[in-house]
Design a protein around this ligand. Structure first.
Ligand SMILES: [Fe+2]
Ligand SMILES: [Fe+2]
Length: 271
């Protein structure tokens, strides 16, 4: 199953940034800087090779690591084309993109949810709001569409792995749910300072934040770890505490390897 595709799901009603304005150039510089940081940490998916459950998973992470490295270089190219310099990443983005050694959390937080939100920014924000009137933009959008197609595959993989992990360990649904509640609290903080009702693009920001929240919520429900009705506060707090405990533990945990135990059957030498 996959809950995302490359088609935009949010409408900015034709609003675009204006590169003649310093404020807009700085906003684009900010957004692209977060994307560049996200792609730099995306390369760490290569670390999931160690935890890969089988050769199919190993092949996927190998391919993904190569793609993320390409995305990183491609965004660097966008900076050069637009003649802007990358800024340091926002603290919320650093937190959301922090590497996780515990495979189930890496799969959920980075691949299924994290890359899903990255895709929202690429296809819904960048592809719509970068101004085609600038002769440099069509070429940049061509590159971005390639990135979007690959990110869709990464999210689909994350969702497939999340479903397998939940089937193996149903208790994971509680920390997963709690962590998504927390991710949805933290993510809007990266865009909060930019709320500006009189700016053509930024005036859509509150609606966009609500849109991402709803999409992630539905994604979690389709994956089976977000309840149909949002639970009462005590249950939410329990799930968040469980999620934080697992996240903290994951900072010291080591993934378990699998291929050294199943390579013979994977290669067809034994049952
Ligand atoms: Fe990427
Ligand atoms: Fe990705």
């Amino acid at each position: 199953m996959t809950t995302v595709d490359t088609e935009p799901t949010f409408d900015f009603h034709g609003a675009t940034f204006d590169f003649e304005r310093t404020e807009d150039r700085e906003l684009v510089q900010f957004i692209l800087s977060q994307a560049l940081y996200g792609e730099a940490t995306g390369v760490f998916c290569g670390k999931s090779l160690y935890a890969a459950r089988n050769l199919e998973a190993a092949r996927f992470y190998l391919k993904q690591a190569r793609q993320e490295l390409n995305h990183l270089e491609l965004f660097a190219e966008v900076f050069r084309i637009l003649e802007i310099t990358p800024l340091p990443a926002h603290w919320a983005i650093r937190l959301l993109a922090s590497h996780n050694n515990y495979y189930p959390l890496k799969v959920l937080m980075e691949h299924a949810i994290g890359e899903g939100m990255v895709l929202d920014i690429f296809k819904d924000v960048l592809l719509q709001t970068l101004p085609d009137s600038d002769p440099r933009i069509p070429e940049i959008k061509k590159k971005l569409r390639v990135v979007c197609r690959e990110e869709v595959e990464h999210v689909a993989w994350g969702e497939k792995e999340t479903l397998l992990l939940l089937a193996e360990r149903p208790w994971l649904k509680w920390p997963f749910y709690g962590l998504v509640e927390l991710q949805l609290l933290i993510a809007p903080m990266a865009v909060k300072p930019f709320a500006n009702p009189s700016h053509p693009v930024l005036s859509h920001l509150p609606r966009f934040v609500a849109h991402v929240r709803n999409r992630v919520w539905k994604q979690g429900q389709q994956l089976g770890f977000i309840p149909a009705e949002r639970p009462a506060l005590p249950t939410r707090l329990f799930a968040m505490a469980f999620g934080i405990a697992l996240f903290l533990r994951s900072q010291f945990a080591r993934s378990r390897s699998a291929i050294d135990r199943n390579y013979l059957s994977e290669l067809g030498f034994s049952a």
